[in-house]
Design a binder for this molecule. Structure first.
Ligand SMILES: CC(=O)N[C@H]1[C@@H](OP(=O)(O)OP(=O)(O)OC[C@H]2O[C@@H](n3ccc(=O)[nH]c3=O)[C@H](O)[C@@H]2O)O[C@H](CO)[C@@H](O)[C@@H]1O[C@H](C)C(=O)N[C@@H](C)C(=O)N[C@H](CCC(=O)N[C@@H](CCC[C@@H](N)C(=O)O)C(=O)N[C@H](C)C(=O)N[C@H](C)C(=O)O)C(=O)O
Ligand SMILES: CC(C)=CCC/C(C)=C/CC/C(C)=C/CC/C(C)=C/CC/C(C)=C/CC/C(C)=C/CC/C(C)=C\CC/C(C)=C\CC/C(C)=C\CC/C(C)=C\CC/C(C)=C\COP(=O)(O)O
Ligand SMILES: [Mg+2]
Length: 377
């Protein structure tokens, strides 16, 4: 029987959450192995993508076997917002705060691996781990407030942005002392932009932007963990040559996302919550800032940027078009962007698979634009 329009828009029959998870695992493994071959990491296995990726993925998946039931017992069931997509109401009660095992596992493996494997004190990894932990703590507090208040109103947005900004400022201060050359933004084709002290507001903006953007993206089963895993590996490939410690951090955190996806792929048994999403944005931002790869990070983060811009545009347009009745107009069926596709008849799986593809293309584009000869521009 031919599928109706909505069914054909919904999910291709072969696509299931588990198959999408397996497909993503194979893609990430392929990216890691190919990069290890190109960089000849086999000569020194401690410095590789594949081993920390696989090791952390396995560890995180095993951790989840214990933590997910614990979160369920602790009644950390997600409060689903009434004004979100109605299709999400059936997710009510899914344990959230899954970031409490995703983030520490990835960071601890990265610290141990770089400390032992590189025989150097992983100061850069430690600083990024600290920023990530603070952002995860802010997210955890927000998740906790939501659970305690049984409403989707967490910590006030103002307080949250203040705490995020403060943490980012401390990180920026450390970074400027550690590496004053970081104030010159490197673009491709030899272009550079010396920002001087203007680097400080940018360095505050990036972690806040990435953290909140990943938080907004964290709205469908497996969406945030999968897209961030791709983004991390894509960034890791770009920094591998000059920053082996940061390469290992990207592989470990991508592995943690992959292990988390074992529990979070559709239908999700756990959500990462703001605990995980804010932290994952922070780790992306920290690596981009420390490695002088903000331009490439911006390209790789294109989907996260689109999700944020969709919210900003929707709210701004709604407020600008409010009539006497206080009702405004909408640019999208619903923001963030993934909800717009859901309300357009796409199944959750179809949106997630498409968004994975988008981030893969962006990651490839970030790499390609860096190797194109300068003569082209
Ligand atoms: C504000 C925002 O963007 N929130 C999004 C963000 O929420 P967050 O708290 O981080 O979400 P959680 O992490 O707590 O929950 C995640 C949920 O995601 C699912 N999930 C997660 C992980 C996973 O593995 N699987 C999953 O399935 C699960 O359901 C979880 O519960 O991120 C969320 C995830 O992406 C987004 O869903 C949140 O977006 C919601 C829908 C939202 O409110 N977005 C706004 C941009 C918005 O306004 N959207 C409207 C639709 C809602 C609406 O009509 N709102 C009214 C009332 C607004 C007033 C109130 N929200 C407020 O803050 O004052 C409305 O009038 N909105 C219009 C557009 C508006 O702008 N009004 C302004 C404020 C005004 O002046 O009136 C839309 O786009 O139409
Ligand atoms: C866009 C950009 C680069 C701006 C720079 C801003 C700045 C301060 C610059 C100062 C220095 C200067 C003058 C620079 C000029 C030269 C320049 C711009 C160089 C560029 C160098 C470069 C390549 C930078 C790239 C940096 C980078 C990687 C950016 C990441 C972009 C991204 C992924 C997202 C951006 C999102 C965005 C447009 C704004 C985010 C605003 C923000 C911090 C938070 C808003 C969050 C939001 C939309 C909604 C809040 C609701 C929520 C998150 C949750 C729900 O809340 P509740 O329901 O639980 O209450
Ligand atoms: Mg959230």
């Amino acid at each position: 029987m031919t599928p109706t329009k909505s069914e054909s828009l919904a999910t291709p029959s072969f696509l299931t959450g588990r198959r999408l998870f397996i497909c993503l695992t194979l893609i990430l493994l392929g990216m890691a192995i190919a990069s290890d071959v190109v960089f000849k990491h086999w000569q020194q296995p401690a410095i590789s993508f594949t081993l920390p990726l696989v090791g952390t993925a396995t560890l995180t998946a095993l951790m989840g076997q214990w933590v997910v039931p614990l979160l369920r017992r602790l009644k950390t069931g997600q409060v689903i917002r009434e004004d979100g997509p109605q299709s999400h109401l059936k997710k009510s009660g899914t344990p959230t705060m899954g970031g409490i095992f995703l983030i520490p596992t990835g960071l601890l493996v990265a610290l141990a691996w770089t400390g032992l494997g590189l025989e150097q004190w992983p100061l850069r990894v430690l600083a990024i781990a600290l920023l990530t932990t603070v952002y995860g703590g802010i997210g955890w507090w927000d998740d906790w407030q939501v659970l305690v208040r049984k409403s989707n109103k967490g910590m006030s947005a103002r307080l949250r942005l203040l705490l995020e900004g403060g943490a980012a400022l401390c990180f920026a201060a450390w970074l400027l002392r550690m590496d004053p050359t970081v104030t010159t933004i490197q673009f491709s084709w030899g272009w550079a932009l010396p920002l001087g002290l203007l680097f400080i507001p940018l360095a505050i903006f990036v972690p806040m932007a990435e953290g909140n953007a990943v938080n907004l993206t964290d709205g469908l089963d497996g969406l945030a963990a999968g897209t961030v895993a791709i983004a991390l590996l894509s960034l890791g490939i770009l920094v591998a040559a000059d920053f082996p410690d940061l390469m290992i951090l990207t592989a470990a955190m991508a592995g943690a996302c992959l292990g988390f996806l074992w529990h979070n792929h559709h239908p999700a048994r756990v959500f990462m919550g703001d605990t995980g999403s804010l932290a994952l944005g922070a780790v992306l931002a920290g690596i981009g800032l420390v490695s002088h790869h903000l331009w490439e990070l911006l390209i790789i983060s294109g989907l996260f940027l689109a999700e944020s811009l969709s919210v900003i545009a929707q709210v701004g347009y709604y407020k600008a078009t409010k009539g006497p009745d206080g009702i405004g107009k909408r640019l999208f069926k619903m923001a963030p962007l993934h909800h717009h596709f859901e309300l357009s008849g796409w199944s959750e799986l179809r949106v997630v698979a498409t968004f994975y593809l988008v981030v893969l293309v962006l990651g490839f584009g970030a790499w390609l634009q860096g190797i194109l000869p300068q003569s082209y521009f």
